[in-house]
Design a binder for this molecule. Sequence first.
Ligand code: IPE
Ligand code: IPE
Ligand code: MG
Length: 244
Amino acid sequence: MSTAPLEATRETITLLRHVAIIMDGNGRWARARHLPRAAGHHAGVEAVRRVTRAARALGIEALTLYAFSSENWRRPEDEIGALMGLLRLFIRSDLAEMVRDNVRLRIIGDYSRFAPDLVALLDDALARTAANTGPILAIALNYGAQAELAAAARRLAERVRDGGMPLVGIDEEAIEAELETRELPPLDLMIRTSGEQRLSNFLLWQAAYAELLFVDTLWPDFGADDLAAAVAAFGQRQRRYGGL
Ligand code: IPE
Ligand code: IPE
Ligand code: MG
């Protein structure tokens, strides 16, 4: 048996440090089954479990998942409630495994707007994985890239105003250091499921030179094989960064 595909995967993985996923299509998955949208979100959590495990098995250094956007507050209250409930369940059921697997849990986005018990649960989960040294799982909660950039701009402007920083100090590096992803490796691959081809306010700065992959699979149907296929597709891409 040839080991070439495995070698190819290993090689790709060394170039692929950070994958982000816009997990879309839960509602359509449910509708196709005549189920309530919440059932789609429930199945979506199963996919999160499968894909986070697969990412660890593949040796991906950082995985960022778009779980709730700053625009998702526009949804009906009962759907938002269902999503929050599932987030609670996911943290409660999967935290022990993350601690065991040395996962560094991170949250991007302003989750302080969530219910106090959920904020406390998330803070506790962050604290319990803070000393870990392994793969990063970043969950985007009440995240919006434009708000992230506006906040970064405000902080930098404040420093200039207070005299701690010259105006020319506001460069790409300084902005990057203010982003919520500052501890994460550069974004290599952005995947969106469900056939939609837009970024929906996710990691706009970070995606500058990321490879984009849009797949038709609905998020609840996405699994380890789909992630492996995405990694393989990434391996076929030629990144030029403006050069030749
Ligand atoms: C993604 O699935 C989950 C979240 C946005 C939280 P959707 O709920 O957007 O599913 P569709 O797009 O309606 O199918
Ligand atoms: C993006 O999906 C947000 C998440 C996956 C959390 P949406 O379903 O909210 O995006 P739009 O509304 O189709 O752009
Ligand atoms: Mg959607």
